[in-house]
Design a protein around this ligand. Structure first.
Ligand code: ADP
Ligand code: MG
Length: 562
């Protein structure tokens, strides 16, 4: 097949332009991106071999190799991993379908200005393309395990790339960067320098479980005789004693796993010993991904068995309402051949899930007192997801309630805990009042709120869609019923009770005519028209029966087509 030239997709071109003209100072990250891809490719090949998906492939020395050539000004990152077919190169490299890049562009659009864009490069893994920050030409040669021919991709990053089929290619992938002219003012950016390469690998990729070897520079004295040097310690962070691992190291692992370049909000470790041994290293991100509420959202916890990567988004390890948690679980006693079907049945996996869930919830609760700022961030980003658990996980309902926050009429800025609400309850108040609605403003404007405001009774203001659902699932908190201010009769005590029966009867008689007239005219639209003590300013309001759908929930179900 001859060499063919293709145009990049519009979005890919935009991204490349950003890379090429980047003034982002931390260009070193390109290497962690390429190493990270190589590591993923090795994981995939080992797994494929374990499952006999590929045969006739030598997997005895899987590794990553770095080779620098000062004369030619090239740096090559090579792996003998799974490789890519011609079609895969077209899809994976020619487009920007991959997760990290899609996220990046999404935020880029939201940032909408160049200044914002530049900061973003630092926060995101923009993967393969980041090579163009340091190179004016990139060549990728790859051969998929089990295939006879290879593929060569090359681009100068300027709108087009070429593709050709090659007869001879080692299995795996090599990426060669032709480096831009050395920055004479700043020797720090010479990526052919041995110490520079060592420094970057040590900083960003030390925990990679495959050996990262640096080949001796050709032409150096006795280079031929020397062996490649392994640069990383290859120690799985989750298996190392806690006091041996720095926060930075944990954070680098998070970035590698989550394809996120911001620091995580919280790191959670768990070591279980005994009959069923496992280690877990979990991270709470600092930002909700934009696709958290969409169907295909990939959960982030990876499953390892005895240090061997098994799968990426292992759904069985955490319940859906903790789907934002990223990390690694390494179990000692599972089979390497474990499948999704087996996992779903596995008693041990269920035990792990229960334990991890409790640990995550306890960590969030503790965060509120130990790091209030981070808790606030957490709740803003993930509160709505967590509340799904109030509906689906009755076992942990109390723990979720204890970790939750609610907007309240008590304070315009500070949300409250249910505990806080209960402590402020008025003498004689027996229920916890809430109202659901589209926004704080909409709720506060509601006539239902008038009596509560007038009497100074605190009301929780619930504005997430999920609030409509969980309030039905959670009947009470510490023996106090949860009650909607918009449903049924609300007895706030006070004036009304002080009215004598005689007064009430008189009032009813006085208004009997009006109520009758209204009932007749509203006809089918209402069930009943009655006098109320709940209003102070508005003349009338619509109230549901205590066990009917609230108007907002009716809207939600209607939107869902039910
Ligand atoms: P991401 O790693 O976030 O998916 P990248 O831009 O780094 O995004 O890579 C895009 C895709 O290209 C990868 O998901 C992978 O499928 C493929 N790829 C990149 N590098 C390699 C490699 N060394 N070996 C095999 N596949 C690779
Ligand atoms: Mg990548």
């Amino acid at each position: 097949m001859p060499t063919e030239t293709f145009e990049f997709q519009v979005e890919a071109r935009q991204l490349l332009q950003l890379m090429i003209h980047s003034v982002y100072s931390n260009k070193d990250v390109f290497l962690r991106e390429l190493v990270s891809n190589a590591s993923d490719a090795l994981d995939k090949l080992r797994l494929a071999a374990l499952r006999d998906d590929v045969t006739d492939v030598d997997v005895t020395d899987l590794h990553i190799e770095l080779e620098a050539d000062k004369e030619a000004r090239t740096l090559t990152v090579r792996d003998n991993g799974i490789g890519m077919s011609y079609d895969e190169v077209t899809h994976l490299i020619g487009t920007i379908a991959n997760s990290g890049t899609a996220k990046f562009l999404q935020e880029l659009r939201e940032a909408e200005d160049a200044a914002g864009a530049d900061g973003l490069i630092g926060q995101f893994g923009v993967g393969f393309y980041s090579g163009f920050m340091v190179a004016d030409e990139v060549t990728l040669v790859t051969r998929r395990a089990g295939e006879a021919k290879g593929t060569r991709w090359t681009s100068r990053g300027e709108g087009t790339y070429t593709l050709e089929t090659v007869d001879e290619a080692p299995q795996g992938t090599s990426v060669t960067l032709h480096l831009k002219p050395a920055d004479s003012e700043n020797q720090l950016h010479d990526y052919t320098s041995t110490w520079k390469i060592k420094e970057i690998v040590k900083r960003y990729s030390d925990f990679i479980t495959w050996p990262i070897r640096l080949l001796p520079e050709p032409g150096e004295d006795g280079a031929e005789a020397r062996e490649a040097e392994t640069l990383n310690s290859m120690k799985a962070l989750w298996a190392r004693p806690r006091d041996e691992v720095s926060d930075d190291e944990y954070h680098e692992l998070y970035k590698h796993i989550a394809h996120d370049w911001r620091e995580p909000l919280e790191t959670i470790r768990l070591q279980a010993e005994g009959t069923f041994e496992y280690q877990a290293l979990l991270f709470v991100p600092s930002h909700a991904p934009h696709d958290l509420f969409t169907q295909g959202y990939q959960r982030g916890v990876q499953l390892y068995v005895k240090r061997v990567f098994i799968m990426d988004d292992c759904e069985e390890l955490l319940p859906p309402y903790l789907r934002f948690v990223k990390g690694v679980v390494d179990a000692q006693d599972l089979s390497l051949n474990v499948s999704r079907e087996i996992l779903q049945q596995d008693r041990h996996i269920r035990m792990i899930q229960r334990r991890l869930t409790k640990k995550v919830l306890a960590t969030i609760k503790d965060l509120r007192s130990s790091a209030p700022d981070r808790y606030t961030t957490f709740w803003r980003e993930f509160g709505a997801v967590l509340k799904e658990g109030l509906v689906t996980d009755s076992e942990n309902r109390d723990a979720i309630l204890a970790a939750a926050s609610f907007a309240t009429t008590h304070d315009a800025d500070e949300p409250t805990t249910l505990q806080g609400y209960v402590e402020r309850m008025k003498d004689g108040q027996s229920d916890i009042y809430f109202m659901t609605g589209e926004s704080r403003q909409a709720i506060e404007d509601s006539p239902h709120m008038e009596a509560f405001r007038a009497k100074g009774v605190e009301v929780l203001l619930l504005t997430d869609a999920v609030d409509e659902v969980w309030v039905d699932a959670v009947a009470e908190f510490e023996g106090k019923r949860l009650r909607s201010v918009a449903k049924g009769e609300v007895d706030l005590g006070g004036d009304e009770d002080e009215k004598s029966d005689a007064e009430k009867t008189q009032q009813s008689e006085e208004y009997a005519g009006l109520l009758g007239w209204m009932t007749e005219h509203l006809g089918e639209d209402v069930k009943e028209v009655r006098l109320s003590s709940r209003l102070t300013v508005s003349p009338a309001c619509v109230v549901s029966d205590a066990n009917e759908l609230t108007p907002a929930l009716e809207n939600m179900y209607r939107a869902m087509g039910q």
